[in-house]
Design a protein around this ligand. Structure first.
Ligand SMILES: Nc1nc2c(c(=O)[nH]1)N[C@H]1C(S)=C(S)[C@@H](COP(=O)(O)OP(=O)(O)OC[C@H]3O[C@@H](n4cnc5c(=O)[nH]c(N)nc54)[C@H](O)[C@@H]3O)O[C@H]1N2
Ligand SMILES: Nc1nc2c(c(=O)[nH]1)N[C@H]1C(S)=C(S)[C@@H](COP(=O)(O)OP(=O)(O)OC[C@H]3O[C@@H](n4cnc5c(=O)[nH]c(N)nc54)[C@H](O)[C@@H]3O)O[C@H]1N2
Ligand SMILES: [Mo]
Length: 671
């Protein structure tokens, strides 16, 4: 007899799917989509369906026991040890670092391996309490966009509610690729909307191909495109002058730029035909309109300026504070329900400002003797971070003690001195959320952890004990944390009931923000011109900038989300390896002819940071002058022991010390 248990997916993904697990005999189980969940509607995406029923349940692939390195760093030469020995070793090295060099000599890096709230946030309590240094997680993903929209709107995490699409006449998807990164939003939300869909992406993604209109700018030219759209919107009488006068400041700073940004100018700057710019402005201007700015969009050298410029569209057309209108970058849904994320992550325990290190300077900072302990949990920097050759060398430093907590023997884990095996989301209770749809869910324990693996929170409670700490917040049980969050959310029922229901959506009706037209900026208005920006050394107002095309002999490399991989997760699943094929470089057939490359040929792709061999794929969806290779492969599983981040120079964007990975220039040649 099978038993069915509802749970929810905690991956770093827009969708936040509902799951049903069928428990079968002999401890086996099958992970399926929850038919009662509004997003997944009974079906998981192809990658999770494979990996959750594959490598995530595979005892040979999963880390089951704490391990101690006995060979050289990176060699995968480890022996099994007990939790007591592992944690005593880690505690003694951390303790020594604190005594000799201060707590700031401990650097921890973490991100979104799991986004379930306790697993994602609770471990921060320990590092905050110690006063350790932290790698700014968002600097590898979306920090420029957050900084930009915080200046403009006062918040980047209060986006439109997708349900309000029923009231929209146009949905503008700018630099996001839901067909890969939000497959259910692509398949249902966008496919079913009566609104006109406009996509802006240098790639002809599946989402772009299905849209009413696809603008294909050269990468990094989006701010110019935004100004050109504003020019057309103004000319069409689509500016909301009353809204601008009452709820924004600084329009004077950009009026001349808008005046000059004719469609012909826009075409010259971006490569988008003037007629398409005019058509897009007509669709958006017909409103109410929704604007979705993707995270891929702002991984550009001027990503902050780009986000500020595009963010002007809703502000100047009054597409704010009413049904069917709004802007979206991320929704931190738990905050909308009353969950205190600061408390959960132990912000109150922090001793002053703990130093932050950007991912863009990580390799350089780790080369120096400043940090003595490097603790990586919930992330795999030796796959995801830039300057991999340099980072690898830095992690081989003899005087650096490295701890990794993960589910799998990743490249980062291979460099660890001690590995702490983490339990998967199927092995402990927690709360999950979507950062697009306003849904939250129960993560229900379906089985015991494999081997001796432990949930993130339990690992850190035990480590706090090994460190002889006595701060009570470091020892709160999962159940107590969950009960507190359930009380904060005031749902009127407890966690067991939430588990039975599976999930809930915030409010019965679409949430509409900013109906009061109050913005959390210094002026309380949308700040087109910002003194804060000026104080940060940035232009007061967004500029109509466009990157110039790559110099002769170079291509612009884009490395966005793959359909088959979830960041650096799943790359070790045998079925996914088979489905995704060898590491490839997609290039436009016209470019392939110019450099004399045929389909399937091996090409070298490189720059001053490194060189890589990839299999050429001739692909009409890639804009000439641009090449594409998907992120998320494990170096250790490639013949070359490299992935695309070996050619990613760590250049920080204009804001947030954030990644500019899509600004990478490469030479491509036949191998
Ligand atoms: N070239 C290029 N590089 C990129 C990007 C790009 O666009 N191009 N995108 C960047 C972006 S957006 C991001 S967010 C980063 C993500 O990069 P990473 O953070 O490195 O990737 P993830 O796959 O999210 O996760 C990390 C690890 O967490 C582990 N994990 C999963 N669940 C748990 C758990 O419960 N406990 C513990 N301890 N570990 C767990 C997984 O097994 C996985 O190894 O990559 C960035 N790197
Ligand atoms: N399947 C899958 N889903 C994922 C992930 C994954 O790795 N795999 N990662 C998750 C994470 S951590 C994140 S942050 C999100 C990211 O998901 P998205 O927000 O969709 O971002 P990306 O996939 O990085 O890039 C989206 C698009 O931006 C385009 N782009 C690049 N440069 C430019 C530019 O200059 N201008 C414009 N207009 N577009 C540009 C790329 O061509 C790409 O199609 O996805 C999440 N979901
Ligand atoms: Mo991300």
């Amino acid at each position: 007899m099978s038993e069915f248990i509802k749970t929810n997916c905690p991956r770093d993904c827009y969708d936040g799917c509902g799951i049903v697990v069928e428990k079968r005999e002999h401890g086996r189980y099958r992970v399926l989509g929850d038919p009662d969940h509004p997003v997944s509607r009974g079906k998981l995406c192809s990658k999770c369906a494979v990996a959750y029923n594959g490598v995530w349940q595979d005892g040979n692939a999963r880390l089951q026991f704490p391990l101690k390195r006995v060979g050289r760093k990176g060699s995968n030469d480890f022996v099994r040890i007990s939790w007591d020995e592992a944690l005593a070793t880690v505690a003694s090295r951390m303790g020594a670092a604190i005594t000799e060099h201060g707590p700031q000599s401990i650097l921890h890096t973490h991100y979104s391996g799991t986004l379930s709230l306790i697993g994602y946030l609770f471990p921060n309590r320990l590092f905050n309490h110690l006063g350790a240094s932290e790698v700014d997680p968002d600097s590898i993903c979306n920090a420029a966009g957050h900084s930009a929209w915080t200046l403009l709107y006062g918040s980047s995490i209060q986006g439109f509610d997708p349900r309000t699409a029923r009231d929209a006449r146009c949905i503008l998807v700018w630099g996001a690729n839901p067909s890969h990164s939000a497959p259910h939003a692509h398949e249902h939300w966008l496919a079913e909307t009566p609104a006109k869909v406009v996509v802006v992406d240098p790639l002809r993604t599946e989402t772009a191909a299905a849209a009413d209109l696809h603008l294909q700018p050269r990468p990094g030219t989006d701010a110019a495109l935004a100004f050109s759209l504003l020019h057309c919107l103004k000319r069409n009488g689509r500016f909301d002058d009353a809204f601008i006068a009452n709820h924004t400041i600084g329009i004077d700073d950009i009026e001349l730029d808008i005046e000059c940004a004719t469609p012909a100018w826009g075409e010259a700057q971006t490569g988008v035909p003037a007629a398409d710019i005019i058509a897009a402005a007509e669709l958006y201007g017909a409103g109410p309109s929704l604007l979705w700015c993707g995270q891929g969009l702002q991984r550009q050298a001027t990503g902050g300026n780009i986000m500020r410029a595009i963010g002007l569209l809703p502000a100047l057309t009054g597409n704010v504070g009413k049904p069917g209108a709004g802007f979206y970058y991320l929704n931190v849904t738990p905050l909308f329900t009353g969950v205190d994320l600061g408390w959960l992550g132990g912000a109150q325990l922090a001793r002053g400002e703990s130093p932050k290190v950007s991912h863009m300077e990580l390799a350089a900072r780790l080369e120096a003797p400043e940090f003595k302990v490097f603790f990586s949990w919930n992330t795999n920097p030796l796959a995801s971070a830039p300057e991999q050759t340099r980072l690898r060398a830095a992690l081989n430093r003899k005087d650096l003690f490295m701890v990794v907590s993960d589910l799998f023997m990743t490249d980062s884990a291979r460099h660890a001195d001690i590995i702490l095996p983490a339990a998967s989301f199927l092995e402990y209770d927690d709360l999950t959320f979507s950062y697009f749809h306003l849904t939250m869910g129960a993560q229900a324990k379906v089985s015991e952890p494999l081997g001796d693996a432990l949930p993130n929170a339990e690992i850190f409670r035990r480590l706090a004990r090994a460190l002889n700490l006595d701060e009570p917040a470091l020892f709160e049980s999962d159940r107590a944390l969950i009960d507190t969050m359930m009380a904060q959310m005031q749902l009127g029922y407890d966690f067991d009931e939430l588990k039975r229901r599976g999930h809930f959506t915030v409010g019965d009706e679409p949430v509409v923000w900013y109906t009061d037209h109050k913005f959390d900026t210094p002026s309380g208005r949308i700040e087109i011109a910002s003194e804060q920006a000026q104080a940060m050394g940035l232009p007061r107002a967004p500029r109509p900038w466009a990157d110039t095309p790559p110099p002769d002999g170079f291509f612009r490399l884009l490395t966005p989300a793959s359909k088959w991989l979830m960041n650096d997760s799943y790359a070790n699943d045998p079925h996914i390896i088979a489905r995704s094929g060898p590491a490839a470089l997609h290039l436009n057939p016209s470019d392939a002819v110019c450099i004399g490359v045929r389909e399937g040929a091996t090409v070298t792709v490189g720059n001053d940071t490194g060189e890589l061999r990839l299999v050429a794929r001739l692909d009409e969806s890639v804009l000439p002058g641009t090449v594409l290779s998907y992120k998320g492969r494990w170096p250790s599983l490639e013949g070359s022991h490299m992935n695309v981040n070996f050619i990613h120079p760590a250049r920080a964007a204009d804001m947030g010390a954030s990644t500019s990975v899509h600004s990478t220039l490469v030479r491509v040649a036949r191998a």
